[in-house]
Design a protein around this ligand. Structure first.
Ligand code: FA5
Length: 343
C-alpha cells in the first residue's frame, strides 16, 4: 500500500508541472479522484488491511487527497484568470468618447403629421401649446362640462393614479388652462398623447394622439369652423377629400358635430380600418359650450368660439395608407423606417 501511495505521489508531482489548460486539469482530477480514479481505488483497498495498517495508510491517502484538491483549486483559478486575460487581449477596443451618429433615426409618422398640421395652423395665426399627460379630474371632465356621474364619462374610461389624478383621455383636458392663460380673443392648437381603456382593433389604440384646436373671438360661427377644417384637410392631403359633417354629442360643445372623411384605405368601399362603413371619424368639433367658456374665465355673452379634437393618429394612418393603428405603436422598424424624414 505504501509503495502504491508513493507511486501516485510521484505521478502527481510529475503531472502538476505539465498542466497548462483547464481540460488537462480536469483530466488529471478524474484520473486521481474520479469514480475509478487511482486514489479512489486505493481508498477501496483499505478494507483489506488490518486495523493498525489501515490507520497509517488512511492518513497517507488523505494527505495526498488534500494536496491534490488544493492543487486543483489553485490551478483552476490561475488558469481561469489567464484565459480571461487572453480573451481581453483579443477583444476589439472601442473609443467610447467618440460622438454618436445623429443620422441614424427618422421621425415617427405621427410626429411628421403633427408638425405639418402645426405649421398649417401657425400660418393661420394659431399658437402651438403643450400640456401635461397626467391631469386632474377637473381638467379632464368637470371643466369641460362633464360633471361626476355624467354618462359621457363612460366612453372615456382611463387609467387612474392612486392620488386621484388620471392619464388624460382627450386633449380637451387642456382647454380650461389655455383659456385661463390667454383669455379672449384666442387661437390655439394643442397636440397631445391621450389614453383610454379601449378594446383595441385596427382603428382604436389605448394610447393615441389628438390635436385640439380652439378659436374664440367676437362673432365666431360654424362657418369659421368649417372653413378652418376644410383648409387644414386640403393642406394635409394636398387634394380634395370627401368630408361629411353629422350631428354629434359632446357636453363641451353646442351644437356638436362629427367630421368624418371618406376612408382613404379602401376608397370608401369599406374595410377593417373604417369598420366597413367607408367613413372614418376624424375630427369631432362644435361651438364651445357657454359653461366651458365661463369656467375658463371668458364672458360667454361677448365671445363665442369653436373647438375641434383632431385624431392625429388616424390622420397619419390616412395620409400614409397605414391599415392598422397597432403598427404605429409597435416600434416595428420594418414599418417605421419607411419614413425617412430626419429631425
Ligand atoms: C373627443 O375626444 C373630444 N374631446 C373631441 C372634441 C374636441 C369634440 C373639441 C368637440 C370639440 P372622441 O372621443 O370622438 O372625442 O375622439 C376624437 C378623435 O380622436 C376621434 O375622432 C378619433 O379620430 C380619435 N380617437 C378617439 N379614440 C381613439 C382611439 N382609441 N384610438 C385612436 N384614435 C382615437
Amino acid at each position: 500500500m505504501n509503495e502504491k501511495l508513493q507511486q501516485l505521489r510521484e505521478q502527481f508531482e510529475q503531472l502538476s508541472v505539465q498542466i497548462s489548460d483547464s481540460a488537462a486539469l480536469e483530466q488529471m482530477r478524474i484520473s486521481f479522484l474520479g469514480k475509478n480514479g487511482s486514489l479512489t481505488n486505493l481508498f477501496k483497498e483499505l478494507r483489506t488491511l488490518s486495523a493498525e495498517d489501515k490507520k497509517t495508510a488512511a492518513t497517507g491517502i488523505n494527505q495526498l487527497k488534500k494536496e491534490l484538491e488544493q492543487f486543483i483549486a489553485d490551478k483552476s483559478a490561475e488558469l481561469a484568470a489567464a484565459e480571461q486575460a487572453a480573451q481581453l487581449a483579443n477583444t476589439e477596443t472601442y473609443d467610447f468618447t467618440l460622438p454618436s451618429s445623429l443620422t441614424g433615426g427618422s421621425l415617427h409618422p405621427i410626429t411628421l403629421v403633427q408638425r405639418e398640421v402645426e405649421a398649417i395652423f401657425a400660418s393661420m395665426g394659431f399658437t402651438i401649446e403643450d400640456f401635461r399627460e397626467i391631469v386632474d379630474d377637473y381638467d379632464n371632465f368637470e371643466a369641460v362640462n362633464i360633471p361626476p356621474h355624467h354618462p359621457a364619462r363612460d366612453m372615456q374610461d382611463t387609467y387612474f393614479l392612486d392620488n386621484g389624478q388620471l392619464l388624460k383621455t382627450h386633449t380637451s383636458a387642456a382647454q380650461n388652462s389655455i383659456m385661463r392663460k390667454y383669455g379672449a380673443p384666442l387661437r390655439a392648437v394643442f397636440p397631445g398623447r391621450c389614453f383610454r381603456n379601449e378594446a383595441i382593433d385596427a382603428c382604436h389604440e389605448n394610447t393615441f394622439f389628438q390635436m385640439e384646436g380652439m378659436m374664440i373671438d367676437e362673432n365666431i360661427s360654424i362657418s369659421n369652423l368649417i372653413y378652418f377644417m376644410k383648409t387644414m384637410l386640403s393642406e394635409v392631403f394636398k387634394r380634395d377629400i370627401q368630408v361629411r359633417l353629422r350631428p354629434g354629442f359632446f357636453p363641451f360643445v353646442e351644437p356638436g358635430f362629427e367630421l368624418d372623411i371618406s376612408c382613404l384605405i379602401c376608397g370608401g368601399e369599406g374595410c377593417p380600418t373604417c369598420k366597413h362603413s367607408g367613413w372614418l371619424e376624424l375630427c369631432p368639433c362644435g361651438m364651445i359650450h357657454p359653461n366651458v367658456l365661463e369656467a375658463g374665465g371668458i364672458d360667454s355673452e361677448k365671445y363665442t368660439g369653436f373647438a375641434f379634437g383632431l385624431g392625429l393618429t388616424r390622420l397619419a394612418m390616412m395620409k400614409y395608407g397605414i391599415k392598422d393603428i397597432r403598427i404605429l405603436n409597435s416600434g416595428s422598424l420594418k414599418a417605421l423606417s419607411q419614413f425617412t424624414a430626419k429631425q
